[in-house]
Design a protein around this ligand. Structure first.
Ligand code: NDP
Length: 287
C-alpha cells in the first residue's frame, strides 16, 4: 500500500480555549481506532472567525467544534444548519459534507444521551425543571421538549431571559415551556422527575456555590443533573446524593456531545470508555 502521511483535521475554535479538554478525548478516540486524524485546539478571536472558517474550507478540514464566543456568530458563515441547532440558535459542531459546512448542536443531545444511557431514564412523559436560561439551558430545554417531556419549566434569576427563551422555544418546538422567576430558595415540587442545573453556579473556582434549591419534597426517583463538569461532584449533586437521589454529572454531557461529534465526523462509533477516561485524565479526575 502506498504511504499516506496526510492527516484528516478537526479543531476547536474559541477564546479562551487553552483549558478546553475536548481535544484530549477526541485524540484518544482517533488513536484507539487507528485513525490518522488530528484535533487542533485553536484560539480564534471574534474578528478572525470568518477567516478561520475560510481556513476550514481551504484545508478541507472534516469539521470543527465552536465554543465561547463563536457558537452564534458562526451560523451565517455556514451552508446549512441542522434542525435542532436552528431551534437552539447556536452551533457547537460543524461537519463537512462534500464542499458544504453543516452546523449541528450536540450539547443538548449529549445531555439527553446521558439521561438515557447513564441514568437509565426515558424523558418522554416526564416532568422536568431546568435552572438557568443561558446557552446550556437553551440546548437542554430544546432537546427535552423535542424528546416529549410532559411538563417543562425554566426557573431563572432574570425572569425576562427565561420568558424570552421559553416563548421562543415553545413556538419553535411546538411544546409548552413555562417559566418562573427564581426568588430566594426554590422549593422543587414533589412531582418533578428531572431537575437540571444549567446555571454556572458551582463552576470552578466557585466550587462552594450551591443553587438555592430545597429538595425536601423530592420523590425518591428525582434525577438531579448538573451541567457543571468542573468539578464533577458539585455541591448540588452531593446534596442530592445525601438524600439518596439518583444524579447525573456534567462530565456525562461533555463526553456524549463529543461521542456524537465523533460519529458525525468519522462515521464510526466512538470508543466511549476511551473518551471518558481521557477526559477524566485531562481534567485530573481520579477514576
Ligand atoms: P451562560 O452565561 O449563557 O448562562 C448562565 C446562566 O446561569 C444564566 O441563566 C444566569 O442567570 C445563571 N446564573 C449565573 N449565576 C447565577 C447566580 N449566582 N444565581 C442564579 N443564576 C445564575 O452560561 P452557559 O449556559 O454557557 O453555561 C452554564 C453552565 O453549563 C456552565 O457551568 C458551563 O460550564 C456548563 N456547560 C456544560 C456543558 C457540558 O457539556 N457539561 C456544555 C455547556 C455548558 P441570569 O439569566 O439571571 O443571568
Amino acid at each position: 500500500m502506498p504511504a499516506n502521511f496526510r492527516a484528516e483535521l478537526v479543531a476547536c475554535f474559541g477564546q479562551p480555549v487553552a483549558e478546553n479538554p475536548t481535544g484530549a478525548m477526541q485524540e484518544a478516540a482517533f488513536r484507539a481506532l487507528g485513525l490518522n486524524w488530528r484535533y487542533l485546539t485553536v484560539e480564534v478571536t471574534p474578528e478572525r472567525l470568518a477567516d478561520a472558517i475560510r481556513g476550514v474550507r481551504a484545508f478541507g478540514m472534516r469539521g470543527v467544534n465552536l465554543t465561547i464566543p463563536h457558537k452564534v456568530a458562526v451560523i451565517p458563515l455556514l451552508d446549512e444548519i441542522a434542525r435542532d441547532a436552528a431551534v437552539i440558535g447556536a452551533v457547537n459542531t460543524v461537519r463537512r459534507e462534500g464542499d458544504r459546512l453543516i452546523g449541528e448542536n450536540t450539547d443538548g443531545k449529549g445531555f439527553l444521551r446521558g439521561v438515557r444511557v447513564d441514568a437509565g431514564v426515558d424523558p418522554k412523559g416526564k416532568r422536568a425543571i431546568v435552572l438557568g436560561a443561558g446557552g446550556a439551558s437553551r440546548a437542554i430545554v430544546t432537546e427535552l421538549a423535542l424528546a416529549g417531556v410532559s411538563d417543562l419549566v425554566v426557573v431563572n434569576r432574570s425572569v425576562e431571559h427565561a420568558w424570552h427563551m421559553a416563548e421562543e422555544l415553545s413556538a419553535k418546538t411546538n411544546r409548552e415551556i413555562q417559566c418562573q422567576p427564581w426568588r430566594g430558595v426554590y422549593r422543587v415540587p414533589g412531582d418533578t422527575d428531572i431537575l437540571v442545573n444549567a446555571t454556572s453556579i458551582g463552576l470552578f473556582p466557585d466550587v462552594d456555590g450551591m443553587p438555592p434549591v430545597d429538595l425536601r419534597d423530592a420523590k425518591s426517583t428525582l434525577l438531579v443533573c448538573d451541567a457543571v463538569f468542573n468539578p464533577p461532584e458539585t455541591r448540588l449533586l452531593a446534596a442530592a446524593r445525601r438524600r439518596g437521589l439518583p444524579v447525573l454529572d456534567g462530565l456525562s454531557m461533555l463526553v456524549y456531545q463529543g461521542v456524537i461529534g465523533f460519529k458525525l465526523w468519522t462515521g464510526e462509533d466512538a470508543p466511549e470508555d476511551v473518551m471518558k477516561n481521557a477526559l477524566r485524565e485531562a481534567l485530573g479526575i481520579e477514576r
